[in-house]
Design a protein. Structure first.
Length: 255
């Protein structure tokens, strides 16, 4: 290769490099500025939603158009580019209003018509005037049900309809039948749940235990305790006593 050709090639390479450098801002700088603005907006929205408990460590585009990856420590959440909604542990969250939209939708599709419950198949307990109402499905061998029962004993002004749902152990059905066959069903059930005292009878009287099991399947009650409030909202599992009181207050108006 002659010196002239080498010189031309070097010159051509230099020109191409210069052109590429000059063209780069036109094609890359604008998106970078746009990205920075979106990143700042997302960072601010998420940190506001976190209420100062954590800081956002990084924001970057995800492989899905319009969805951004947000790093918080070693955790990741995903946020739309308007910083309005986020996916957090599989839940869709309204970051601005701090609402769990997934849970709200689940509450809607798992709610029941409280008025349609066959209350004749439940054990009735009235605390105070019993103005408010809840229904609870309990298994006699359920530890969380015992905790719930203790909390319910202290709730004022509520009528508790207890459906004895035997799903946890081989002897759950027998214990439920024995409670129903006791002279005082409510007293027997509370003694069974609170003190572990099994009623002293054979459980052979006419009782609705089998029908309650069928009702549980129909309502898709898959675990105990399960609480239904007067407006039909479902609470699967137990919650602390103060939270339970608040939820009874919040959901006491029929739907």
């Amino acid at each position: 290769m002659t010196p002239v050709i080498r010189s031309l090639r070097r010159a051509g390479a230099a020109v191409l490099a210069a052109l590429a450098f000059a063209a780069a801002p036109a094609s890359a700088q604008a998106p970078s500025q746009a990205d920075a603005a979106v990143q700042q907006q997302i960072r601010g929205s998420v940190e506001t939603w976190l209420q100062g408990r954590f800081k956002v460590d990084g924001v970057k585009r995800s492989p899905v158009a319009g969805i951004w990856e947000v790093q918080i420590g070693s955790d990741l959440i995903y946020v739309d580019e308007k910083a309005q909604h986020g996916f957090v542990e599989g839940q869709l969250i309204d970051l601005k209003a701090n609402r769990n939209l997934t849970q709200e939708r689940i509450d809607e599709i798992t709610a029941i018509a409280f008025k349609d419950l066959p209350l004749s198949m439940a054990i009735k307990q009235v605390n105070g005037k019993g103005t408010r109402q809840i229904a609870v499905f309990e298994d006699p061998n359920c530890g969380h049900c015992r905790n719930l029962r203790r909390d319910l004993m202290n709730v004022k002004d509520v009528t508790i309809w207890t459906f004895t749902l035997p799903i946890l152990a081989a002897d759950s059905e027998q214990k439920a039948r024995q409670a129903w066959c006791a002279p005082d069903r409510l007293k027997a059930w509370n003694a069974l749940m609170l003190d572990g005292k099994v009623p002293d009878n054979k459980g052979t009287c006419d009782n609705p235990v089998a029908k309650v099991a069928e009702l549980g399947r129909k309502l898709r009650v898959n675990g105990t305790p399960t609480v239904f409030f007067a407006n039909g909202k479902r609470l699967p599992g137990g919650v602390p006593g103060d939270r339970l009181l608040k939820m009874i207050d919040e959901n006491s108006k029929p739907s």
